[in-house]
Write a protein that binds this ligand. Structure first.
Ligand code: C5P
Length: 402
């Protein structure tokens, strides 16, 4: 499977003759399994039609901030598009677009997306040979690379002017090969298998009632996605949740109860490199599950509970090479309790949430965590989005295997 599979790519097309080749480029990216959002600069419409590109990419093509031709006035949110992308590819990148990327000029939608992007940006220069070797252009290329943009070098050959030399946009096949190589190199979790639990568990009282909790599952799903984006193969064992994930490297297994989650985790644990317990597993379950719906009768009703197995601790007891990460949600003596948990459950790393920190915990999009490793190094982190915390957790795994 291509590393481009499942990747969300913004393809920015600027106005040079090489724009006609972007039809093949879109086709190749789609064939590799990528999702492609085409953004055209106004000038590029002279060289290729948006109709061709929207047909091939199966998405509308955007050029302007506003869709004024529609009855309902809508706008193309450059920030949303930039944050949606796993990578931005600007091809062809003309001398004009390159110079605007250098200065931060923002006179079209593509530039606004470029300036809003947090993902890697690749650009494939395309221009006539004298424009290409001009010191202004050469200097601009160096500046763009110093901004950590990745240049897909122009190729040598016949140019639209009839001259022969360097400046042709890399052929679409070579652009795809460049991206593939670059992304494979970056993926430091390639070949690693990660088992993750997420969400709440539901413990049945009778066929219609259960004991559960408010876990949304978001943290576990975000970690699964972040790990898959680094090339890891993920098995995500999740309790009931509204979360969705769509990545070819993630296999989702849905369970209801802690016992089911325990069984599935033990089936998969042997072959994995990393286990992350992000689920809010119910500590207790009703001792007896009624086979029929319980009728209301007496004023008082007592449910006898018994302890659920501790999935994380049970895996800690049998772990070999596996790197084990647990979560701890504490309200008092946080560090001390988390350290006890590391020992008791034989963990390599614990992610501590304190309910005393604003913005941390259940049902909020942010989290403030402290990492504690098995040598009891304490690493407090800033308040961040759960997506960013997920990336921090994946970075800890990468550090372990570095
Ligand atoms: O002991 P405590 O419930 O605070 O530990 C939390 C950590 O243990 C979390 O990583 C959670 O996913 C895991 N856990 C588990 N099985 C349980 C209870 C907790 O895997 N029955």
């Amino acid at each position: 499977m291509s590393v481009l599979s499942g990747k969300k790519i913004v393809l920015g097309i600027s106005g040079g003759i090489a724009a006609y080749k972007t039809a093949s480029l879109v086709r190749l990216l789609i064939k590799a399994g990528a999702e492609v959002q085409v953004i055209m600069t106004p000038a590029s419409h002279q060289f290729v039609t948006s109709f061709t590109l929207s047909t091939l990419s199966k998405k509308p093509v955007y050029t302007d901030f506003f869709n004024s031709n529609q009855a309902t006035s809508t706008w193309n949110n450059h920030v949303e598009i930039a944050l949606w992308a796993d990578l931005i590819l600007i091809a062809p990148a003309t001398a004009n677009t390159i110079s605007k990327m250098v200065t931060g000029a923002c006179d079209n939608l593509l530039q606004a997306i470029y300036l809003s992007a947090k993902c890697p940006v690749y650009f494939a220069p395309a221009m006539d040979l004298d424009m290409y070797i001009h010191p202004s252009t050469q200097n601009n290329l160096k500046v763009l690379e110093s901004y950590k943009n990745l240049m897909i070098p122009a190729e040598k050959g016949e140019l639209a002017s009839g001259l022969f030399g360097e400046g042709r946009m890399a052929e679409p096949e070579n652009i795809v090969a460049f991206l593939t190589k670059s992304l494979s190199k970056d993926k430091s979790l390639n070949g690693k298998k990660i088992l993750i639990t997420a969400g709440p568990t539901y413990e049945a009282i009778d066929p219609v009632r259960f004991i559960g909790n408010h876990s949304s599952g978001k943290m576990g799903f975000d970690i699964a996605l972040a790990a898959a984006q680094e090339g890891a193969k993920v098995v995500l064992v999740t309790g009931p949740t509204q979360q969705h994930i769509n990545h070819p490297l993630v296999e989702t297994i849905s369970v209801l109860s802690a016992q089911e989650m325990y069984d599935v985790c033990h089936q998969h644990f042997d072959g994995v490199d990393v286990f992350i317990g992000a689920a809010a597993v119910a500590d207790y379950r009703p001792k007896n599950k009624a086979t029929q719906k319980i009728k209301k009768s007496a004023d008082d009703f007592v449910i006898e509970l018994e302890k659920n197995p501790d999935i994380l601790a049970s895996l800690g007891a049998i772990k070999k090479q596996q790197f084990l990460i647990g979560f701890a949600l504490e309200t008092e003596n946080e560090i001390e309790h988390a350290q006890q948990k590391i020992r008791k459950k034989n963990l390599d790393l614990i992610v501590l949430n304190s309910l005393n920190d604003q913005g941390a915990g259940f049902g909020v999009p942010t989290n403030k965590v402290t990492f504690i490793d098995k040598a009891f190094h304490i690493m407090p982190m800033e308040l961040k989005s759960k997506e960013a915390v997920a990336v921090d957790i994946v970075n800890k795994i990468k550090e372990h295997y570095a």
